[in-house]
Design a protein around this ligand. Structure first.
Ligand SMILES: *Cc1c(COP(=O)(O)O)cnc(C)c1O
Length: 356
């Protein structure tokens, strides 16, 4: 008997969401961002869902090599670039494209043999102050790259810290634009939020991540209103039902106390499966297709739900932790985090099934 906590991935939803990105920015090539095991959806599902992407972008070199072994022939972009001089050799061998964001990485590229043709995205820091050269350093970086024998196409890129807020990309975009010495240089600008909200960033290579998985890049706009479909359903089953009398407490710490007689269900999913321990009483959950709420503290292997509106509920009934009935972003908001973190946190012990 396998434990009923599982995750179902819907490649059809991944395909739909990729088409949605293309619809918003027609004609732009797309890097489907698949870092963190495709935001927790698994590389196999990503290959099935993103067969039509122009390239895949990630940060893990071992995963990039696995993607090549699995037959992905199109471009692969390493979003943090090389971590050591050796990575440059790996990149050339596996035909990976590299972000270059700091001077050491530029120096490492000098080892490439002539004709290697390695594609480079020079990253500019336009205000996020995480990765990238100061915009004014772009001409010097481009000149350094042109002097190297093993470099192919060179693009310029940046990443926005605030594309999810109105006007939040204006100043970074202006800084980026002012730094471009040659208006014909290829660029890459837009994450999911910018694809939706920053028309001026819809050019060159797009870099959608979260939207492809059917979650929202915005705190206040549900994914469904953005035309996205959730690609992950996190599900389990009830394994017990308890009848409480007024005053009875539930779970560790007894944080929830029944004010009237009620029934609760025990779900075989806890924080060791990737369900957030910080989800408080009131976090939405669906039992047999009916939305109800988590009650009491989430424990390692179990959580408890209110069955007041489900008089027929019994052990074995299906539970959706998140998916179509319960958007992951709603669970995240209750738990004080974002959908991104919950999707990435599905634990290895949870069975992952790919539908289709
Ligand atoms: C993760 C990442 C993205 C994707 O961001 P989303 O908000 O998930 O769309 C794009 N660009 C870079 C550089 C990233 O690291």
């Amino acid at each position: 008997m396998s434990r009923p906590a599982r995750v179902r991935i819907l490649p059809a939803a991944l395909r739909h969401n990729l088409a949605r990105a293309r619809e918003l920015a027609p004609g732009c090539p797309v890097w489907a961002v698949v870092k963190a095991d495709a935001y927790g959806h698994g590389i196999a599902a990503a290959l099935a869902g993103f067969a039509q992407a122009d390239g895949l972008a990630l940060v893990e070199f071992d995963r990039a090599l696995s993607l090549r072994q699995a037959g992905w022939q199109r471009p692969l972009l390493m979003l943090e670039g090389a971590f050591s001089p050796d990575d440059v050799g790996h990149a050339a061998q596996a035909r990976l494209s590299l972000v270059v964001h700091q001077p050491d990485q530029l120096r490492w590229l000098a080892s490439l043999p002539s004709g290697a043709g390695l594609e480079v995205f020079v990253k500019l820091n336009t205000g996020m102050n995480r990765l990238g050269f100061p915009p004014a350093a772009l001409p010097e970086a481009l000149a350094a790259l042109r002097s190297l024998p093993g470099i192919g196409r060179v693009h310029a890129m940046t990443h926005f810290a605030n594309a999810d807020r109105p006007g939040g990309a204006d100043a970074p975009l202006a800084r980026f634009q002012a730094a471009l010495p040659d208006p014909a240089i290829g660029v890459s600008l837009a994450n999911s939020a910018a694809i939706f909200d920053v028309p001026a960033a819809r050019r060159g290579w797009l870099r959608p991540g979260i939207m492809l998985y059917g979650a929202s890049p915005f705190a206040d706009r549900p994914a469904i209103t953005l035309g996205l479909r959730p690609a992950m359903r996190f599900e389990s089953r009830l394994i017990a039902v308890q009848s409480l009398s007024p005053g009875d407490a539930v779970g560790y710490g007894g944080g929830f106390v029944a004010s009237a007689a009620m029934r609760i269900g025990v779900v075989a999913t806890g924080y060791a499966d990737g369900y957030p321990r910080h989800a408080p009483t009131g976090t939405p959950v669906a039992v047999s297709g009916v939305r109800t709420r988590v009650v009491g503290r989430v424990s390692m292997d179990m959580l408890t739900v209110d069955l007041s509106s489900l008089p027929q509920a019994r052990p074995g009934d299906p539970v959706e932790l998140w998916g179509e009935q319960v958007p992951v972003d709603e669970v995240a908001a209750h738990a004080g985090t974002i959908g991104y973190e919950l999707l990435c946190a599905i634990a290895p012990r949870v069975t992952r099934l790919i539908e289709d």
